[in-house]
Design a protein. Structure first.
Length: 303
């Protein structure tokens, strides 16, 4: 059988089926309409089911995209939160350093308030900021913090070095809340009369009052000296030595390191003394000098 014979045979079969359908429809029109309606409903229902399935796939894809976008946004938020935490920690460090430098520099209270927010302002309109712009702003702020931290650290080192220098110089009173009862220089001797050189200055004190080191140093002598009674001497380096005399009790031993303001003895009236007080001397390169020349200097960390 040739291809043309097959085509002709198929056409004759289709025509025969169409003729039979027409005869069936003419003989039973109601049943035919029902079959056509059922066929249409079936086709429509199938199309609706297919469309619903398609919409479900599309909704699932959109939900997956939304979830991916949400996760990406959350990762960016977490990264910004971590960066913000680092900047806040750096700001707290700079504030603490600034407050410490304020105290060291003896700036007036309230002159620099590192807890007070800085006043800012400006006119609109306000626009949304993009992620690259926000990242650039954070980088600039980080660079400013780093530069400020380096500058403050250098300033702190300079002030600390100055503090060490001043702490090594006799610049404090050896007795708290006291006053000078006898100055440096020649005066009338309280025992024999006549003129005698008073090598230090005397501070009013009661027996048992604490006697403080006027600067950092090492105890170079702790014992009794003729005329001075119980004595403590401190070597501060750079040629400076201080002497504290007429004490009732000695609190430090030779070789001990002491800091400015630490107790070294208890005031008294031992040795050549008419009553309880603290005799204070300053020696510079083996020569006794007037302590008033140093007591007027104040360490930046006093108090």
């Amino acid at each position: 059988m040739t291809f043309e014979n097959i085509i002709q045979s198929s056409r004759r079969a289709a025509a025969h089926l169409l003729w039979q359908g027409q005869r069936f429809g003419a003989a039973r029109p109601g049943l035919c309409a029902s079959l056509l309606l059922a066929t249409g409903l079936g086709v429509g229902l199938g199309a609706g089911v297919a469309m619903t399935a398609t919409l479900r796939v599309q909704v699932a894809d959109q939900q997956a995209q939304i979830e991916d976008t949400r996760r990406e946004a959350q990762r960016e938020i977490n990264a910004l939160a971590a960066r913000l935490g680092e900047l806040q920690a750096e700001a707290n460090r700079l504030n603490a350093l600034g407050e410490r430098l304020t105290r060291i520099g003896q700036l007036q209270d309230g002159e620099f308030d590192f807890e007070k927010p800085v006043g800012v302002g400006g006119a609109g309109p306000v626009e949304d900021i993009s992620k690259p712009e926000l990242d650039e702003g954070l980088q600039q702020l980080d660079a400013q913090f780093e530069a400020a931290g380096q500058q403050l650290s250098v300033l702190e080192a300079l002030l600390f070095s100055r503090q060490l220098d001043l702490n090594a110089v006799p610049s404090r009173s050896p007795v708290a809340r006291s006053y000078i009862t006898s100055g440096f220089g020649y005066r009338a001797d309280p025992f024999r009369g006549g003129r005698a050189l008073h090598k230090g200055i005397d501070f009013d004190a009661n027996t048992g009052d604490p006697v403080f080191a006027v600067a950092d140093g090492v105890i170079s002598y702790s014992g009794v000296r003729s005329g001075y009674g119980k004595v403590v001497e401190i070597d501060h380096g750079n040629g400076y030595v201080t002497r504290y005399a007429h004490n009732s009790r000695l609190s430090r031993k030779v070789g001990e390191l002491v800091r400015a303001g630490q107790e070294i003895a208890k005031a008294g009236s031992t040795g050549r003394s008419t009553g309880a007080h603290v005799h204070f001397e300053v020696w510079e390169n083996g020569r006794v000098v007037n302590p008033r020349n140093f007591l007027s200097q104040q360490s930046p960390l006093k108090g």
